[in-house]
Design a protein around this ligand. Structure first.
Ligand code: AMP
Length: 219
């Protein structure tokens, strides 16, 4: 099953995608994490995307298609994946199904849209801390790590992402409204969209996510 998470930055896509990935044994493919790893590694891809990411803009569709096709073609993805952060534009959505067909992975089976009001998104992101090592996310108020500054999952040092600063967050929200929100209708029309109320605790949201996952897996 190919599961896609949609929603504004700060909606909790990464956290919920990781939970789904763990419970259902599907690898999580986060394009944001992959690009951040490329930047940290100083690769050619990293050099190309660094300043785009820091400004809150989107990397071009062609580069993203190559990154995603390369990752989805790896053997661990053959039974499906949880996609976090892809697709993010109409052209990306339109190329995803042919791309999946090319590598014998079927098509997108479920799109989980996390609905969160904008004010709450800004509040959430400003307190967000991330682990560059394993991709886990924490929040200073809502989900603090057991030891301040240290990842509960892998013991790595937690950081605040450069693009989690408030002015960049506002730009990312505007890009989201313009470029990504239209995908909600695109997937609704294809009959694979599940809209989930994204406010509440991580557990409350996960129980809603899990209900639509269980239903999609059984049908
Ligand atoms: P994220 O962690 O998903 O918010 O992604 C961080 C940044 O990576 C975004 O603000 C974009 O600059 C870039 N990025 C991640 N995924 C995509 C994508 N599917 N298309 C274009 N840019 C992306």
């Amino acid at each position: 099953m190919i599961v896609v998470f949609l929603g504004p930055p700060g909606a909790g896509k990464g956290t919920q995608a990781l939970r789904v990935s763990e419970k259902y044994g599907l690898p999580m493919v986060s394009t944001g994490d992959m690009l951040r790893e490329a930047v940290a590694a100083g690769s050619a891809l990293g050099a190309k995307v660094k300043s785009i990411m820091e400004s809150g803009d989107l990397v071009d569709d062609e580069t993203m298609a190559a990154v995603v096709e390369d990752r989805l073609g790896q053997p661990d993805c053959s039974d499906g994946v949880v996609l976090d952060g892809y697709p993010r534009t109409a052209p990306q959505a339109q190329t995803l199904d042919p791309l999946l067909a090319r590598i014998d992975m079927g098509s997108v089976g479920l799109v989980i849209m996390l609905d969160v009001p904008e004010g709450e998104v800004v509040r959430r992101i400003s307190g967000r801390r991330s682990c560059p090592g394993c991709g886990s996310n924490f929040h200073l108020t809502f989900q603090p790590p057991t030891t301040e500054g240290v990842c509960d999952q892998c013991g790595g040092d937690l950081i605040q992402r450069a693009d989690d600063k408030e002015d960049v967050v506002r730009e990312r929200l505007s890009v989201y409204r313009r470029m990504t929100e239209p995908l909600v209708d695109y997937y609704r029309q294809r009959g694979v969209l599940a809209e989930i109320e994204g406010s509440g605790t991580v557990e409350e949201i996960f129980s809603r996510v899990d209900a639509v996952m269980a239903e999609a897996m059984s049908s």
